[in-house]
Design a protein around this ligand. Sequence first.
Ligand code: SAH
Ligand code: SF4
Ligand code: F3S
Length: 474
Amino acid sequence: METRKKQVTVPVEELKIQFEYTEAVRKKLSEIFAGRTPLAYVRTYGCQGNVSDSERIRGMLCAMGFEMTDDDSNADLILFNTCAIREHAEDRVFGNVGALKHNKRRNRDLIIALCGCMMQQPHIAEKIKKSFPYVDLVFGTHVIHKLPEYIFSLLNDRNRIFSIPDEEGVIAEGLPTYRDSGVKAWLPIMYGCNNFCSYCIVPYVRGRERSRESKLIIEEFKELVKQGYKDITLLGQNVNSYGKGLDEDIDFARLLRQINDIEGEFIVRFMTSHPKDCTRELLETMAQCDKVAKHIHLPFQSGNDRVLAAMNRSYTREKYLSLIDYAYELMPDLSVTSDVIVGFPGETEEEFEDTLSLIERVRFTSLFTFIFSARKGTPAAEMEDKYTLREKTARFKRLTDAQEKIAGERNAEMCGKTVRVLAEEIDDKGNVSGRTQGNVIIIFPADKNIIGQFCNVRITECRTWILKGELVQD
Ligand code: SAH
Ligand code: SF4
Ligand code: F3S
């Protein structure tokens, strides 16, 4: 797939128009809700890309005069940002949209909006139109910046809006952003995907790969550091191909070096990396940059070459393992996490065993395991498959059991070590939680003043999924 040369940033004039709509909505809301602030409830499904989109959606809603609420029962606007990655994800959304009927019955003026990857599929938007008449607004992944215009229109007449242009994708810069945490932040560096893995819906619902200008990323990063954010994750479906199609001479490794040079105390993470584009240079950069977390999320999907080829992943088991060997050689304490699919159409017992042997060889810190789910419109959905869900579920269990053992052993190796942790949150019992560089959750008792600071924690107890520890005074 050829990457386009020209960037597709939403023109400033278009954003200015949306800013005018924002002001108009604000005025209108203050008339309608005289004396109180309207409440918006935003629920996010799916990956961090969606979480980041929801932060911009919340930012726009706040600018329009809404206040955020965690309780859908008293909301004046309910928005679901949906995910289409597996059937199960879609079923959950349908179930929850069904339940909104009661909300609408209680409050006839309630605005119900749906957006995100699931809505970008024409057959889903059609189903919403027909079967869920109380949904007011459905918009696709390429028009998020037009939310003020849609809300303005809904406040004026209650005509339903379905806006799902099938575009290659745009970048809207400068949208207001509302972040929940004051410590941890997501920062998108690119959008879309060009890889068309045969099972995956993302390229169809997110458009073509497009990178943000490095200048804007660096500016946003510096601003986050200034505001006190200390754990910042760069986001993209395939961050290793960052920079392709931009006019500037840049790639992901270089971007990471520039970020590492930013003044201040912070840790930078990134996801997701694709093995086909993950270079030795990137691993060397990680090893050399002190602010880059020693963690890589490198999905392998399958340990068998026939399956990898059928998945259109463009690498082999050997190439994957050689990358991992090099990474461990450079960074012995590196934490590697991954995604894997069980039951890809036609995957045989022997082929599945190659996946098992790969996880034994790599010893991932943690693994996200999925049973193949056929996605309408993708090539894999048409592939023949003689294996039953019951067989796939049994394999899935073998895989998760094997990984649980590995994760437990890896965590046990951490016992007694002292690690640097950013204190992220505290519960009412005084237990502070944070994450190791390798992204493992660690809990330790401490004072709430410590939130937002890096501290040294000695690991005293190791469970399969979490670590417990105690503060070590410097
Ligand atoms: N861009 C990332 C992954 C995005 S989707 C990458 O390429 O690594 C997150 C994970 O969901 C994928 O890594 C894959 O393991 C899983 N996944 C995607 N489509 C799926 C499908 N149709 N069935 C089951 N799992 C799927
Ligand atoms: Fe999907 Fe593959 Fe793109 Fe990841 S790289 S988003 S799995 S098509
Ligand atoms: Fe889901 Fe879309 Fe992310 S399909 S995983 S929300 S890119």
